[in-house]
Design a protein around this ligand. Sequence first.
Ligand SMILES: Cc1ncc(COP(=O)(O)O)c(C=O)c1O
Length: 382
Amino acid sequence: MDPSSWLADLRDSAAARESAGLRRRLQVRQPGSDMIDMAGNDYLGLARHPAVIGAAVTALHEYGLGATGSRLVRGTTAAHAELDQALAEWLGAEKALVYSSGYLANLGAIRALVAPETLVISDAYNHASIVDGCRATRAPVAITKHLSLVDIESQLIQAAAQARPAVVLTESIFSVDGDLAPLADLHRLTRSYGARLLVDDAHGCGVIGPAGAGGVAAAGIAGEPDVIITMTLSKSFGAAGGVVAGPAELIRHLIETGRTFIYDTGMPPAVAAGARAALDVIAAGDDLRAELHDRGRRIVSVLSAAGLDVSEPRGGVLSVLAPSPDAALAWAAACRDRGIAVGCFRPPSTPDGSSRLRLTINVGVARAEFEHALDVIRETAP
Ligand SMILES: Cc1ncc(COP(=O)(O)O)c(C=O)c1O
């Protein structure tokens, strides 16, 4: 048997993706690049904030580059412990625990909430890390129509009829269209059936809620014993890492049994210190949030006046429909050629199968550059 025959299979599937307009390539970003960012998740421009960089550089000198071990072994520095504590206070949760990524935080939290007999109820548009978290539990999973309380309730009724515990999984602001789950109503519903609610607040934290504390805080359900928050530090914090926040018993359970916490090297201490500094800027950042929401309204008004189908942003994410995967790709390339970085989402990243540009707002981009980017997106539309 030819030892490289499996590579021919990979080439065939690459060719199939290419002809379906689904080729993906890495875009290398150079230092000092003057591309205007309408694609990243650095909503508040904190990745380059002087206080954030200063705190990270100090910790880099104090602790060195890596955490040197899992958080249970040598990987919890004072920077990590302070960040755990400060995040819990800010989110309004009893305790919080920092992971090396949001992806692992979701896998760990979902695993902790789900026993084999649990019914997992998950929104159809939930992020891949939630989907993978569900799959890893091997428990039954019901996928509900996007933002459908009716669908969720019918699953809760079924779980109750079978005497199964239930867990409902949702994002707060969804990562592709930027729409917002009705979290207060959802919590009333889950509570009435004795189910637990996990909210991935990745795109809400920093941009909505009191002091930017996210969608859960905005809905007034933070600190409830049946509410679990996951989030990432890779978006409005401009850093990297993930967080699970909730009751003290859950956090203890994760520290003592959570595989994606225990068997993973801790986040680099410099990142923890930078994220801690970012939290101070976020909590005091009502002006940054006001600018972000103003830019969101501006994008909708300019692009919808040009006849484009644009989603209503609740935070820093929105999407503009393209007629086909190829058209979305060509549109993104035309923007890039004119110095604007935009996201291009095609199947399978788009749950409804429609391709689009995914635009994000970074208030670290000067307003004049933002306006220019908007002109380019409009002028290059298919
Ligand atoms: C909703 C959501 N959850 C989780 C993640 C994963 O976070 P991380 O990039 O820190 O792994 C992301 C994005 O990356 C996300 O958009």
